[in-house]
Write a protein that binds this ligand. Structure first.
Ligand SMILES: [Zn+2]
Length: 333
């Protein structure tokens, strides 16, 4: 079968012919129908992200995957050949989270292996392309907003970086009743998208009046929660200046740069918090599938383009350079 492999010593990507995997006990083989391209893939290729547990020196990328069951290794009856499924973006092994497409082979391939407890049924009403991005592109902001950030209805919130994760962050904050939702992004197209996805206000991070505008929008209270989806030190410092009393800054975007609190007296006096975030709880993916199936969430605008597996490198570059400002580019084997 064809697979897009990353060779870690040289950080090179290549489409290769590899052996089709055989499901062992407790595993199924999934025929991949759609796999998302994520900024984490860009980070892996650039070298700013390195697998923690990967045995060997190469891996098939792709942690946002949907497809159909092709073969079942065990537990007959639980999954039937042809069942539509979404794959969890990782799995626990001895209490440690291994990430799919990072620590073990992912879904940028014709077939992918999955442990049965990492599969979720995908209803016919949700296309594979939309289902594939629920793990991570939607579930990570969902976890950040509902669990780590603990946003409650009517709380004023800010979203920095309206890319793949941030666009969903805005949509999810809208769904849970945050108000107002302030989006901040230097790109005009990203700000327009933020408004289309449910932000009440979209600001340029370079706007000298940013703090005053957020003050006015929140009745002087400042934000209850601010989300850094960009992973940029300057974003974090700016967000802290507009956070209100007991405000939470949630770090979603990853960066290897240090974290600075520019005004730590204000930070302590207002009893603010900075919270790290990664991934989501196991329940997030089935919750989001149910919300989409129930018409509460709509991911039809999230799929920017579908490309064949052979164009994976191009997809990565387009995401890296923000060419066309994609939310999600999807690979289809
Ligand atoms: Zn991802």
């Amino acid at each position: 079968m064809r697979a897009v492999r990353l060779h870690l010593p040289t950080r090179t990507l290549s489409v290769e012919e590899v052996e089709r995997p055989v499901p062992g006990p407790g595993q199924v083989l999934v025929k991949v129908e759609a796999a998302g391209v994520c900024l984490s893939d860009v980070h892996l290729i650039e070298g700013s992200l390195t697998p923690l547990y990967l045995p060997g020196e190469s891996v098939t990328l792709g942690h946002e995957v949907a497809g159909t069951v092709a073969e079942s290794g065990a537990e007959p009856g639980r999954w039937q050949v042809g069942d539509r499924v979404v794959l969890q973006a990782g799995e626990k092994r001895d209490g440690i989270t291994w990430t799919r497409g990072v620590d073990y082979d992912g879904g940028w391939a014709e077939y992918a292996l999955a442990r049965v407890d990492t599969l979720f049924a995908l209803p016919d009403s949700i296309p594979f392309e939309q289902g594939s991005i629920i793990p991570d592109a939607v579930s990570t902001p969902w976890g950040a907003v509902t669990t780590t950030g603990g946003v409650r209805p009517a709380e004023p919130v800010g979203v920095w970086g309206v890319g793949g994760l941030g666009a969903h962050g805005v949509q999810l904050l809208r769904a849970i009743g945050a108000n107002p939702i302030v989006a901040v992004d230097p790109a005009p197209a990203a700000r327009e998208r933020a408004l289309a996805f449910g932000a009440d206000l979209a600001l340029d991070s370079a706007d000298p009046e940013l703090a005053a505008r957020i003050g006015a929008a929140t009745g002087g209270a400042g934000l209850a929660a601010a989300f850094d989806f960009a992973g940029v030190p300057a974003v974090r410092e700016q967000a802290m200046t507009v956070l209100g009393a007991h405000g939470r800054l949630v770090l979603v975007g990853l960066t290897d740069q240090p974290l600075t609190v520019p005004d730590s007296i204000r930070f302590s006096y207002l009893q603010q918090q900075i919270l790290g975030h990664y991934g989501s709880e196991d329940a997030a993916v089935p919750q989001l599938i149910a919300l989409a199936a129930g018409g509460r969430l709509d991911f039809s605008r999230s799929v920017s383009e579908v490309l064949p597996l052979e164009r994976a490198a191009e997809a990565v570059e387009r995401l890296q350079t923000k060419q066309g400002n994609p939310i999600r580019l999807i690979l289809k084997p």
